[in-house]
Design a protein around this ligand. Structure first.
Ligand code: AMP
Length: 408
């Protein structure tokens, strides 16, 4: 877990603001779920995942409830849907921290932030395209060039089941060629063997049955409509048949955004897909869902690598230098802030030189200087801090119009 300090924290805020703008323009409203849920919410949606079985921060609270810090937010969105029964399609976005007890490394933290969207209550391939395009457009908006969209379809539930059965048979017949870790995975979930990043598994995985051979007509049509829609929007993609989601409730479209500059173990900057059954598992009616989550921490690493969406300096417009003790600065800073300018000042009655240094560091474009001569003359000195312009003495009553002019 890390502290995010200024000015980096300003970049975080801008990141979320840019995401909010992207998705609210498409009709998504913000949901702010709690950081903590009854542990059952996460158990029901992720029983077979490491995230839920090994990585949760869970504890018993003072009221004897077994709760957990959320490891992701889809489960909370589905729980909220069941609880509040909003009209469908329900289009929401979220942002905020999640917690997973993982092995920390560059791009993998125990507290990390995500932004994401979910749509509940509509099963339409054009919605899949909308959702994917929103993720893609957001990365474009940040200025990222090296993002790759990987895409797959898991078909209808029955297609997926047939595929899993075929995989099970295939891997079991070739079990001595699998890595030890994949043997363990196979016993739990044959699909997830396809996720293996171990070189000794590559050969046997390459020859495994392919999901596309199991698609029903409906699944094929759904997927082809999604691909055609992405082509219409000129969004480049690669179909990656190894992109499977281990959980039973994923169906049809799954996708991942991969950062081309990141190490391969941590190069997913976002991912999502279509799912059914989550809402039912939490006690609601049968409801189709689709969504994605983008990792903020990791996406910013990709931005650093590409030199885009750089940290903006936290500048103020004006810095007030007061050599009379500080009371003049008190009045002037408030006058400026009331007029809508951002401004800062020094404290502790520092020397003129030290205050000018602080003015320079503040990033302000203009300094307003006041000493005893100016107090006597009812005047102020306005000194531009950038560029060639000379300082000038102005009547005190001209402060606001003079600053407006100097900054324009
Ligand atoms: P997931 O919820 O596992 O599908 O993850 C969605 C996105 O969140 C990933 O593509 C990553 O960008 C990000 N992410 C997941 N886990 C972490 C973590 N421990 N640290 C930083 N980012 C993460």
């Amino acid at each position: 877990m890390r502290d995010i300090l200024p000015p980096e924290s300003a970049r975080w805020r801008q990141f979320v603001a840019a995401f909010a703008e992207t998705v609210t323009a498409a009709g998504y409203g913000q949901i702010i779920p709690p950081l903590l849920e009854d542990i059952g919410v996460f158990h029901r949606v992720g029983e077979a995942t490491d995230i839920v079985t090994k990585e949760m921060y869970d504890f018993v609270d003072k009221g004897d409830r077994h709760v957990a810090l959320r490891p992701e937010q889809t489960a909370s969105v589905c729980r909220a849907f069941v609880q509040h029964r909003p009209a469908t399609p329900w289009k929401v976005w979220y942002s905020g921290p999640n917690f997973r007890y993982e092995r920390p490394q560059r791009g993998r933290y125990r507290q990390f932030d995500q932004v994401g969207i979910e749509v509940l209550g509509a099963n339409d391939p054009y919605l899949d395209v909308e959702v994917i395009a929103l993720g893609w457009n957001f990365f474009q908006r940040l200025g990222l060039q090296q993002v790759h969209l990987h895409l797959n379809s898991l078909g209808e539930p029955q297609d997926r089941q047939n595929f899993v059965t075929a995989l099970q048979t295939y891997f079991t017949a070739n079990i001595d060629q699998l890595s030890d870790a994949s043997k363990v995975t196979l016993a739990k979930n044959a699909l997830r063997v396809l996720d293996s990043k171990r070189p000794e598994d590559f050969d046997i995985i390459a020859k495994a049955p392919k999901i596309s051979d199991f698609y029903s007509e409906a699944a094929r049509t759904h997927f082809e409509t999604v691909l055609a829609g992405l082509r219409t929007l000129n969004i480049p993609f690669v179909v990656n048949e190894k992109l499977v989601r281990g959980l039973d409730y994923y169906r049809h479209t799954t996708f991942e955004f991969v950062g081309g500059t990141l190490d391969s173990a941590q190069n997913a900057i976002g991912g999502g897909g279509r799912y059914d059954g989550l809402v039912e598992d939490l006690g609601g009616p049968a409801t189709a869902g689709i969504g994605f989550a983008l990792g903020l921490d990791r996406t910013l690493l990709a931005c650093d690598d590409e030199g885009v969406f750089t940290s903006a300096l936290a500048n103020v417009d004006v810095f007030v230098v007061d050599t009379t003790g500080g009371n003049e600065a008190l009045v002037i800073t408030h006058q400026l802030r009331d007029a809508g300018f951002s401004c800062d000042r020094s404290f502790e009655n520092r020397s003129m030189k030290s205050q000018m240094k602080a003015a320079d560091k503040s990033g302000a474009l203009v300094a307003i200087i006041i000493g005893s001569d100016e107090v006597e003359a009812n005047a102020l000195v306005l000194r531009p801090l950038r560029g060639e312009e000379q300082q000038s003495t102005i009547p005190r009553s001209d402060l606001i119009p003079s600053i407006t002019k100097a900054l324009s």
